[in-house]
Ligand binder design. Structure first.
Ligand code: 5RP
Length: 271
């Protein structure tokens, strides 16, 4: 089970423990930050309507300050992982030209539990995004806020190999990221073994079947992921609440994909 390093402040460890549950060292996060470069993608056209019913079923929510302020009830008891990188869009010349676009001071005013920043290893923006990650970790350490590094692959989904993911995650950990969002890959257990901080898995573009999603989740946690940070495979599912419950079963109750699939059945959803 994950223990924050001795050098971490109490506040940082406390914030991280709100996201990664100390009881089992796992987390089910909901990623709804896509609009920061994709605009109103399918399923998230109206953020409040999409997010509100899912919040009771997840441990944390990952989003931007714009959606947080407008679409989440400030009295909601949900840890927030705030995306603080941006500055590019899907229509721009190239993905990856991101910088820190939200200050740590504003993140503190919003009482967030962690900051999220994407790195683009192997691209022309590698140096820029790695340096910015390191600066963000410095600021996070100063104020006791953990940093989630996101190992983005931009449009090149074929980059999701053990070598690339292993390189990106290890570099992010070496620069001080407290936890990392990445992709599941073949030989994922080797990535886990070589990265000394918790890894949470992105769902990626919507998969064809529910069983594909549940198997991805199961394989990831079985091979050592600390949990999931799924977006499109939850909010683009015709039954998003059922899918969130099923993923919760895999993450926190060690269910198999077949057991979790039972939670997607209509009679279970009503219960
Ligand atoms: C891009 C991101 C996305 O904004 C998002 O969080 C991805 O989640 P999913 O792949 O599960 O839809 O992190 O790098």
């Amino acid at each position: 089970m994950f223990q924050a390093g001795q050098g971490s402040t109490w506040g940082l460890r406390n914030r991280l423990a709100r996201i990664i549950k100390p009881s089992d060292g796992r987390t089910l996060m909901l990623a709804v930050d896509h609009g920061y470069f994709l605009g109103p993608i399918r399923g998230l056209e109206n953020p409040k309507r999409a997010i509100t019913p899912l919040l009771p079923h997840v441990d944390a929510v990952m989003l931007t300050r714009g959606v947080l302020r407008t679409s989440i009830d400030p009295t909601a008891d949900i840890p927030v992982v705030l995306r603080v990188s941006g500055g590019n869009t899907i229509d721009g010349p190239v993905l990856g030209n991101e910088e820190i676009v939200t200050s740590v001071e504003d993140a503190l005013r919003l009482n967030v539990s962690a900051l999220a920043f994407s790195i683009y290893v192997g691209t022309e923006f590698e140096h820029q995004t790695l340096k910015a990650l390191a600066r963000l970790v410095d600021a996070g350490e100063e104020y006791g806020v953990p940093v989630l590094a996101v190992t983005a692959v931009g449009r090149e989904l074929e980059k999701r190999t053990a070598r690339y993911i292993g390189l990106s995650c290890r570099v992010a950990a070496e620069l001080g990221a407290h936890f990392i969002k990445t992709y599941y890959t073949d030989d994922f257990h080797r990535v886990v073994d070589s990265v000394p901080v918790p890894l949470v898995i992105a769902g990626g573009p919507k998969l064809e079947t529910d069983m594909d999603v549940l198997r991805l989740a199961y394989n990831a946690v079985s091979e050592g992921a600390a949990g999931l940070d799924f977006g499109r495979n939850v909010f683009q599912n015709p039954n998003p609440v059922g899918m969130a419950k099923a993923l919760r079963g895999i993450v926190h109750e060690n269910m198999t994909p077949e057991e979790a699939a039972e939670l997607l059945k209509p009679e279970k959803i009503k219960a």
